[in-house]
Design a protein around this ligand. Sequence first.
Ligand code: EPU
Length: 343
Amino acid sequence: MESSQQFSLQNNNSFNVKAICPTIYFPKSLTDLKQLPDLASENFYILGDGTNTLFIDQQAPTIIKPSFTGVDITETADSYIVTVGAGENWHQLVSSLLEQGIFGLENLALIPGSVGAAPVQNIGAYGVEFSNFCIQVKWFEFVSKTVNTLNNDGCQFTYRNSVFKHALYNKGIIIEVVFSFPKVWQANLSYAGLNELNENATAKAVMEKVISLRQAKLPDPQLLPNAGSFFKNPIVDETIFTRLQREYPKMPFYPQGKKQVKLAAGWLIEQAGLKGYCENGVGVHEKQALVLVNYESENGQDIVALAHFVQQQVLAKFDIIISPEVRMLTSQGEQDFADLVIK
Ligand code: EPU
């Protein structure tokens, strides 16, 4: 199996901060996976394209980077069944399916990252989530050294969440994802901004609109390092929502059922006065306050310090805790944001 020692991860994280890992493994076959050393300890991390990970220490733990490739397409009478290797790039998959006349993922265009990372946090944008089209996830289990298959229910997808962050956390590696796309396609234009399109809009037109909406607000990580939304949108009880809405009648909100309401973290951060705020070479993006950007720091700790500050300001103003969607990696492995102490 391909591997490397003392590997610099600076080009493998979209915040572009400095980090070095003792060993990185690039498994791309079952044989490779079976050769991985015993990883019973928690001191390793599975890295996709590094677009949702913040390296906090310059020393990173052992890294496994799933490098399974390939896109296989079959069809039934009414659907296309598409099987994709975890190491494929998400946006390239979306574009290539669209070119082949297979529609469904166009609302998820331009999301940075790998296909294998998509189920972990159930990526979503513009009214569509990964879970809407995923029928299976295949994963290699470290202990039994076998490949297991989960169906959609088994993945326990919810907003930015899945079983891979909980019961199956660090239990194995996602190697392949299977989608089903109905041949009869209907545009999903429910999200603000897309509803300007005509209801007969083609999938290509939807994708172009999504790309232009994203480019207008979200900074390109190649030009200004960032990891997309830094925080998740908080989901609160209706009672808390009602209290806030009385005070802020213009506050955006998204009812979730079960007496819960999702709030817009970007709005909360902006109202806390932090849009465009900068310190120590890092800042809150001036067009979308949910995104933290790295102007000129090489140190992940600067971004954690800013994130703590943002969280505290929102808490002080609204009495709401916003939590990162980005995953925090120290030399000791992944850590909870709440437990991080800045040196
Ligand atoms: N808003 C503000 N100020 C801001 C940002 C947003 O007032 O600085 C308001 C907007 O005006 C709008 C509401 O907040 O009323 C929601 O904003 P937006 O539509 O931009 O979406 P979001 O909730 O901030 C989420 C996802 C994005 C995804 C968009 C579009 C999360 C954590 N983020 O952002 O995903 O692209 O919806 O669907 O759910 C990502 O995960 O990296 C990501 C970019």
